[in-house]
Each structure stands twice: as structure tokens, then as C-alpha cells.
Design a protein around this ligand. Structure first.
Ligand SMILES: *Cc1c(COP(=O)(O)O)cnc(C)c1O
Length: 396
């Protein structure tokens, strides 16, 4: 009797769903002469994403969330496309000013800020500030007199792959107090903001948040304050493994929510995309270091690569963001556990979610981490285990 070897299916990955053939050829060519790991960003994709957002939401003013990818080439591209910028620190502000971006295109969107940093923004000409606490309203009132402020509403972040809940925002029942305090301090209470959580796959979350805005707009009007703006935040999707509706569906639905709540009197609209503009533009090229079965009958093979959590893939924490991962090797598809190169045992990328890779993988084989243009290089550690921060290049 012949016992059949466990005949797996051949490894097969839908690369064309994520990366065009010509782009992949360029990435491969570039990779011939550069040591892995590194991030390769295709500016054309960012341009396309920006244009598609502004086409689908012509009412909205775009404030790019700089933290998602602060590469100079990316900032310059968005500057020339006419984007505005949402920044969180004096360091990001300095970078933008140096690149010739005028302060009237910049908002200070961080609700956690030192008085002296508020003054620095103000002295450099920035007049638009986010806030979510009484103390912060007072600090803005003193250090940025007369500026426009928008008030961030607390949201739950349910349905988002990378929630931003709890830390930011004010419950709607306390926000009116901040709005009238701002008015008393001589600031201009300008509008409301929220962030439904990053990579938000449930469009209905905007509906709930916009409904809160309507309620607060009305309540403010009753005390004689006319708010003028809603900042819809980020949260728009990038192409990871788990599918999302298309951007056009998000924008269409959001516009419908706004019309339902505000009729013909839709306020000024701001969006603050980060991920949805830049994530699809990036591919991290990495290399397999070692593979191993840890026991005789272990169902999964460990694959250790030269990019890990500390090299820029921190969003794999709790396996939150599931990056598409591609190998060119042929072989049978097997379940793998993917881990990074550092001596920290937390540096495991995916274990519960079963990635499949070819059984033939071995040292030196390249692995392509797709959709890694957002929140990777800017998150990579400085010299943990001596590994340098992630290198990043623009694909020519
Ligand atoms: C990070 C951040 C964004 C960007 O969110 P994405 O989900 O990446 O689009 C927008 N606004 C604020 C206030 C942020 O902190």
C-alpha cells in the first residue's frame, strides 16, 4: 500500500489584484542592487489616489495626515497637487515650512499639545487648531489668539482594523461647554471633527458620527454659535487582504449621510486621509533569513524575514493590518508563521491568521510586503538590535 505524501495545492497568489505587472517588473529591477529590507514608493499611485478622492468628493478640502508617510517626495507631490496638510508636531511643521508650504494650508490636528508648541504654530502663521479638552481650549486661547478651532468628537472605532478610539475626542455631552469656552476666550469655534478609526471597513460609522455633528450644530446654534465645518477625518481604505468597498462607495454614502442630515445647507467639509492616499503606493522588499519546523509534526513552518515589527511593520500588532505578501517561488502552498529578525519574541507578524507561502522558500528568497506605503517607515525603530531604520526610495 502506498501512503500518499501530503500533496498540497500549488502556491498561487493574486498579485495582479494589488500590483500591476509593469510596476512589479520595475520593483524587481530596482531590487537587484539594493540590500533588503527597504520600502519602494510609487508616486503615480499616490497621485491617482489623490485625484480620485478629490473627484469623488469635490466638496471636501483635503488635509493629508503627514504622519502616515512623511517622505519628502510624497509631501512635495501633494503640495503640487494642491493638498493641505494635517500635522501633529513642531517637527512636522518645520518640515513642511521648509518645503515651501504656506501656513494657511496647515492645521495643527493633534489634540495633545504643549503651550509653547501652540505658540510656535501661531507665530509661524497657522490659524487652524483641533481640540478636545477644556485645558487645551484655554491653552489655544492664550497662545493662538483669535484662531479657528474645531472640536473633536469621541468615537468608538468599531469596525476599524486600526482603531483610534478613547484616547482622542470629547463626548458630545461635554463638547458644548468647550465650544462656548472657546467663544469666551476670543477664539472662533469653527467646526467639529472625528476619526472613525483607520482602515474603517464599516461605512455606517460615518453615519453615526455625522448624526452627532448635526445634533451639536443645532445645540450650538441655540446658544448663538454658528459652526461652519465638519472634518470627516481619515479611515478611508487601502488594499489589504481583507476586502473593503471601493472609495467611490465611501464617498457616495458619506455625501448621502450629509445630505440627509443637513439638506441643502451642508457645511464646509474637510477630510484628513493618510492611509488611503499612500498605503497602496508602497512595497517593502525583504528577504527570508531562515525557515524552520519546530517539531516533527508541527502543522506550520516558521519563516523568519529581515523585516519585522520593529523594522516598520508594527501595524501587524494583534495581526490588525493584514498586508498581502508575495513570493515568486514555485512550490506547494503551506501554512506559515511569519516572524521578524529581532531578538524580541513579540516580533511575530502573523501566527493566528494563516498565511500561505511556497514550501520551497529558503534563505535569500525575496518576500514582497504589499500595500506598505503608510505607517511603516515612520514607525520603524532607531537601532533596536542595531538594525537601522527602514530605508525608503521612490520608484522611478
Ligand atoms: C492619523 C490621523 C489621520 C489619518 O487617518 P487614516 O486612517 O490613515 O486616513 C487623520 N486625522 C487624524 C487626526 C489622525 O490622527
Amino acid at each position: 500500500m502506498v501512503i500518499e505524501e501530503k500533496a498540497g495545492k500549488p502556491y498561487n497568489f493574486p498579485l495582479s489584484r494589488f500590483v500591476s505587472k509593469t510596476r512589479f517588473e520595475k520593483i524587481k529591477k530596482f531590487s537587484e542592487n539594493v540590500q533588503t529590507p527597504f520600502l519602494l514608493v510609487d508616486l503615480n499611485i499616490i497621485k491617482k489616489n489623490y485625484q480620485s478622492l478629490t473627484k469623488n468628493m469635490p466638496l471636501a478640502k483635503v488635509y493629508y495626515a503627514v504622519k502616515s508617510n512623511p517622505m519628502e517626495e510624497v509631501i512635495l507631490l501633494l503640495r503640487d497637487l494642491g493638498s493641505n496638510f494635517d500635522v501633529a508636531t513642531v517637527y512636522e511643521l518645520d518640515q513642511l515650512l521648509k518645503l515651501g508650504i504656506s501656513p494657511d494650508r496647515i492645521s495643527f490636528g493633534n489634540t495633545i499639545k504643549k503651550s509653547r508648541d501652540i505658540a510656535y504654530f501661531y507665530n509661524n502663521g497657522v490659524r487652524l487648531f483641533a481640540t478636545d479638552s477644556e485645558e487645551d481650549v484655554r491653552k489655544i486661547g492664550v497662545n493662538a489668539p483669535g484662531s479657528k478651532v474645531f472640536f473633536r468628537i469621541l468615537t468608538e472605532g468599531t469596525g476599524a482594523d486600526w482603531p483610534l478610539s478613547r484616547k482622542f475626542g470629547t463626548h458630545p455631552d461635554a463638547i458644548l461647554g468647550h465650544i462656548s469656552l472657546a467663544q469666551e476666550m476670543g477664539l472662533e469655534p469653527y467646526g467639529l471633527s472625528f476619526h472613525v478609526g483607520s482602515q474603517q471597513r464599516d461605512i455606517g460609522e460615518w453615519d453615526a458620527a455625522i448624526a452627532h455633528c448635526t445634533y451639536i450644530f443645532n445645540a450650538a446654534a441655540e446658544i448663538g454659535i454658528k459652526l461652519k465645518m465638519i472634518n470627516l477625518g481619515g479611515g478611508f481604505p487601502a488594499k489589504y487582504i481583507q476586502p473593503t468597498p471601493k472609495l467611490e462607495i465611501y464617498t457616495k454614502e458619506i455625501m448621502r449621510f450629509l445630505s440627509e442630515d443637513f439638506g441643502d445647507d451642508i457645511p464646509e467639509i474637510i477630510v484628513e486621509p493618510g492611509r488611503s492616499l499612500v498605503a497602496d503606493s508602497g512595497v517593502i522588499v525583504s528577504e527570508v533569513i531562515t525557515t524552520a519546523y519546530k517539531s516533527k509534526y508541527s502543522p506550520s513552518k516558521w519563516v523568519y524575514t529581515d523585516i519585522g515589527m520593529f523594522g516598520g511593520l508594527i501595524e501587524t500588532m494583534d495581526e490588525s493590518i493584514k498586508f498581502p505578501i508575495y513570493s515568486e517561488k514555485e512550490g506547494d502552498a503551506i501554512d506559515v508563521i511569519l516572524a521578524g529578525p529581532t531578538c524580541d519574541s513579540m516580533d511575530i507578524l502573523y501566527e493566528d491568521y494563516k498565511y500561505q507561502l511556497p514550501d520551497t522558500l529558503t534563505e535569500g528568497d525575496k518576500l514582497y510586503f504589499i500595500t506598505t506605503g503608510a505607517y511603516t517607515q515612520s514607525y520603524s525603530s532607531v537601532g533596536f538590535n542595531g538594525f537601522p531604520p527602514l530605508k525608503a526610495f521612490v520608484l522611478k
